[in-house]
Design a protein around this ligand. Sequence first.
Ligand code: 13P
Length: 304
Amino acid sequence: MADSNEDLIKQILSLKKQRNAIILSHNYQLGEVQDIADFVGDSLELSQQAAKTSANIIVFCGVHFMAETASILSPQKTVLLPDLHAGCPLANMITPQALREKKKEHPGAVVICYVNSSAAVKAESDICCTSANAVRLVEKVPADKEILFVPDQYLGSFVASKTGRKMILWPGYCPTHARILPRDILRLKAEYPQATVLVHPECRTETQAVADAVLSTGGMIRYVRENDATDFIIGTEIGILHRLRKENPGKRFIPVSEQAVCPRMKLITLETILWSLESMAHKITVPERIRLKAKRAVDRMVEG
Ligand code: 13P
């Protein structure tokens, strides 16, 4: 590791202690960010950590909706996002106004929103879910209820196929996962016929169709840990390869596409983390009226 990194890490750790802060990192973060975090996980695990931490400050190494969700759950804590441009294009594919219009077309529907959405969209929803618990939460909805699922069409159709439920889907998608194509998986399968293919439910339906398992990032971490296979073809944002390789040194991980990079996740660096702790910015908060409404949906996510 470069000396400059060592220096940065030392400063971050000392300031973190001084401020009673916790650093939470999503599985897609840069390797050096994951390595200094107190906890690395998927969206659900990070929300659960944010809800229960005793730290005063949460430095969220992820994207905006994740920090917002932490603030919905722990409004008394200071939640910092080291770069305000770390947004989520999928979350931006729906607005609360557009959702309100759609709800008018389906007045009886239960609205389920993927956690990749703004607090204002969560406030318009009945239940929030992550890719780790979407199937479980949809299964709990009474069978006679219509379901409006927003904003990820691919996660939505994955859940519909798993549960047999008819769901109205919002046409949103993650541009990074949309780059993961079946033809690349088929090419790699020909090269590594023994490999197990794992893809994220944000991938296109046709991409999911050629995988052995469709899992959240946390699900992938567990699957690899518990599975005897040694070779894995991984169809999700490539930041997860750092953790997979670190935790499973005897196994081989082949990304479907080196281009599956979320540029916004990568805006969080050791430099921006240190700056964030020094300047106590950017503070992410949610107006109380929206927070209370959103929290009802988010509580179902964290419990379920
Ligand atoms: P999970 O970590 O919950 O699988 O979600 C990944 C993601 O979409 C982050 O934007």
